[in-house]
Ligand binder design. Structure first.
Ligand code: COI
Length: 354
């Protein structure tokens, strides 16, 4: 544990803020003036510093580059009408980050660095928080192995970084989804629940194939039976069937325990829907579609927020959804947006004031 006073701060003399328009800014392309950097050496975190955003010097033998000990998080910050900055549910991401760290045999990061470091960093760069609707400041904490060795073993040294990126919507338009029955993202006992870099790298080939065939993303299914849906691209997935919301449960450890997923479950309950967190088979989805009870499908994630799915394609069976009547999807999105922009009361204590 380190005291908050031990975070060294070196500010830039040349802010880049004037060079970036915060309106209609693409996802993850621009970075703020500062970043946080810390080193794990000899069993402890040290050299915690907020400094001008800059490249890192990495040896070709860096262990993370070879064997993938690398994890990250995605969090968002907003501001209210008065210009006060808030971070949305940072403690949930903090907990998940350390769960990922344990699974990848990496050290955990203490609250004093993760939360307090993030708070201080955003305090310094808070003018970078966009105010336009569907915009926010995306926060990317990242940890990777920093040993310089090509033997396969857990690294002794690690680097922890927090960087900030002003951002607009991740998926701008309703999505056409390919239900994948050959390739898998995660199997039981694997690392599917961890926000490990390799989970994303491993998905790219399949996502690219889907794109080539005219789809925006892939809906993954389980590795054993290729029957139960898991995640959709970089999102958790929800199916609105009658007055029920179906979403895959977390027990198999194959999907990410999304913070937005949890937020949306809370909001769906408010609206009066019955939530069923359980294995959801593609056959059940097709049956509900045929019966006319499957009305809406959407994905949730920090980057994506609540993203409309307009089409699902499973083998040669196509399901199209009526985009003119997405009451639940738009109601949930509106409610979540209202809380995050501080227009609605923070009933659940989700907003962390910077
Ligand atoms: C997020 O939703 O924050 C993610 O991490 C997904 C993606 C941008 C990698």
């Amino acid at each position: 544990m380190i005291a908050t006073t031990e975070i060294k701060i070196s500010k830039t003399e040349h802010s880049k803020l004037n060079e970036v328009s915060l309106e209609n800014v693409p996802f993850g392309k621009f970075f703020t003036d500062h970043m946080l950097e810390a080193d794990y050496e000899n069993g402890e975190w040290k050299n915690v510093e907020i400094k001008p955003y800059q490249p890192l010097l990495i040896a070709p033998s860096n262990a993370a580059l070879h064997y993938g000990q690398s994890i990250f998080e995605g969090i968002k910050a907003y501001k209210d009408q008065q210009g006060n900055a808030y971070i949305f549910r940072p403690y949930d991401n903090f907990k998940r980050f350390n769960i990922s760290a344990e699974r990848m045999q990496m050290p955990t990061v203490p609250e004093e660095i993760f939360i307090e470091g993030m708070r201080k960093l955003i305090e310094i760069d808070k003018n970078w928080i966009p105010s336009m609707a569907n915009h926010s400041l995306y926060i990317r904490p990242l940890m990777f192995a920093s040993d310089e060795v090509i033997g396969v073993r857990p690294s002794d040294n690690y680097k922890f970084i927090i960087m900030l990126s002003p951002t607009g919507p991740y998926y701008a338009a309703p999505m056409k989804i390919w239900v994948e029955e050959k390739y898998v993202r995660a199997a039981e006992g694997g690392v599917g629940y961890a926000k490990a870099a390799g989970n994303y790298g491993g998905a790219m080939y399949v996502a690219a194939q889907a794109k080539k065939n005219g789809f925006d993303q892939v809906l993954w299914m389980d590795a054993k039976e290729h029957k139960y849906v898991q995640e959709c691209g970089v999102m958790n997935v929800f199916f609105i069937v009658g007055n029920k919301a179906l979403t895959p449960d977390l027990t198999a450890g194959t999907i990410l325990a999304g913070v937005t997923r949890d937020t949306v479950i809370t909001v769906l309950k408010e609206i009066g829907l019955v939530i069923e967190e359980r294995p959801v088979s593609i056959d059940e989805i097709i049956e509900a579609y045929k019966a006319g009870t499957l009305k809406e499908v959407f994905g949730t994630g920090t980057a994506a927020t609540v993203a409309t799915i307009k089409e699902l394609q499973y083998k040669d069976y196509n399901m199209k959804f009526d985009l003119t009547n997405l009451t639940i999807t738009s109601g949930v999105k509106k409610r979540v947006d209202a809380i995050r922009s501080c227009e609605a009361p923070d009933t659940y204590d989700w907003m962390f004031k910077v």
